[in-house]
Design a protein around this ligand. Structure first.
Ligand code: NAP
Length: 388
């Protein structure tokens, strides 16, 4: 057997991070965790460090560092945003799993790619904000998916598309079908959305995820972010990306080829599957969950999304088509608005109002650097905060 894959998990205390450690625990001979990072969950980080015997740790918030007695012998926990990014270039890491949430993950993605690491990317906001620059660092949207592909998506839809593309020439792709569950408010009218609560927005019908992506799924912003992510990852134009609502979330996405054939990826709604594939690629390891039983399932449904009611989907697609710095501004406004909604300071339909207003005010420029994108991000956050 090969030497174990050495993995740095950034965002290890979150939904994706904890599931990644679950995969690592199932395959101790194949995966070794070499670094862990979080924002504020110092106690959980320390527990994970003890469990996986990890000595290189970081927390972004300096007030939340775990104390020395809680850590394994020889372990150190550095603090601050730069300390989290530093673990993306950890000399022992073969793979960096970026499971941070929001644009806060951008610099870690950049650092990992510059350092020549394989990047297993859950942090979709990295690609939304800096897709042009990150894909250039990753060697571009490859013409075929191969064993040495540098950037491997963890998002279930993109992992599905990636797996459908194995062995296929990229020129043969006619269309990507991006499936969406529709979220907890599928079928709601705009008037009904005006009064939905935080608790209802957090009750996703199919997936258990962190709070930000769960709200993004309820507004359909998540599907817009994913369309931008797919555009960058697979070099696909927006006219060739079609969003389709599929409430069962069994088909994780599909690729249509020029000859009319369609390949779909189907499976359980369990994020450990795409996380595991991002580590095992091009191999496959034993399933972490029960496979789908198609007889029990019975049928699969597909519907048109409603971008008029769920305006965030239309706004994100507009930002993606416009390109330049607009997706970065849109993303930052959305992060601020979602946080305000979760804190009870903005109604659900206020989220798209804030995003639309910031997008209108933004003077879109061609993307030139990560520093420029961070300035746009910061401007958009300040602008969004003035709107509620
Ligand atoms: N959850 C899913 O099923 C799923 C599916 C597909 C894609 N994704 C994507 O994966 C990413 C993570 O999602 P999630 O649901 O796992 O989020 P989550 O549960 O909120 O976890 C986020 C993780 O990032 C850490 N973090 C947050 N801000 C940070 C900062 N500024 N510096 C350092 N660490 C920070 C958090 O630390 P603390 O615990 O200390 O706050 C936590 O470990 C997102 O981009 C999401 O869109 C998630």
């Amino acid at each position: 057997m090969n030497a174990p894959l050495r993995v740095a998990v950034l965002g290890s205390t979150g939904s994706i991070g904890r599931q990644a450690l679950d995969v690592a625990a199932r395959f101790p001979e194949r995966v070794r965790i070499v670094a862990l990072a979080a924002n504020r969950s110092g106690a959980l980080l320390a527990e994970q460090a003890r469990l996986f015997d990890v000595t290189d740790l970081a927390v972004a918030d300096p007030t939340c560092a775990p104390c020395g007695d809680d850590l394994p012998r020889g372990a150190e926990c550095a603090t601050g945003a730069a300390a989290v990014v530093a673990l993306a270039v950890h000399p022992d890491a073969d793979v960096v799993l970026n499971a941070l949430v929001g644009a806060a993950g951008l610099r870690a993605s950049e650092a990992a790619l510059v350092a020549g690491k394989r990047l297993a990317l859950a942090n979709k906001e990295s690609l939304v904000v800096g897709g042009e620059l990150l894909m250039a660092l990753a060697g571009g949207a490859a013409t075929t998916v191969s064993a040495d592909t540098r950037l491997i998506p963890v998002d279930s839809e993109h992992s599905a598309i990636f797996q459908c593309l194995v062995g296929e020439p990229r020129a043969a792709v006619a269309r990507i079908w991006l499936t969406a569950s529709g979220g907890p408010f599928r079928g709601h009218s705009r008037a009904q959305l005006d009064t939905v609560t935080r608790e209802a927005a957090l009750a996703h019908p199919r997936w258990t995820m962190g709070p930000k992506i769960t709200v993004d799924s309820a507004t359909l912003m998540n599907k817009g972010l994913e369309a931008i992510e797919a555009h960058h990852l697979f070099g696909t134009g927006y006219d060739a990306i079609r969003v389709v609502v599929h409430p069962q979330s069994v088909v994780h996405s599909m690729v249509e080829f020029v000859d009319g054939s369609v390949k779909a990826h189907l499976g359980a709604t369990d994020m450990r599957v795409p996380i595991q594939y991002a580590l095992s690629h091009p191999d496959r390891w034993d399933a972490p969950c029960e496979p789908v039983d198609f007889v029990t399932l019975g049928h699969l449904d597909f519907e048109e999304p409603d971008p008029v009611t769920f305006r965030c989907l239309a706004l994100a697609l507009e930002a993606g088509r416009t390109g330049g710095t607009l997706p970065a501004a849109m993303n930052a406004a959305n992060e601020v608005a979602v946080a305000a909604f979760l804190e009870g300071r903005l109604p659900f339909t206020g989220i798209d109002r804030v995003v639309a207003t910031v997008m209108e005010a933004h003077d879109t420029q061609p993307v030139s650097s990560f520093d420029q994108l961070e300035m746009v991000d910061s401007w958009a956050r300040d602008s969004a905060r003035l709107l509620y």
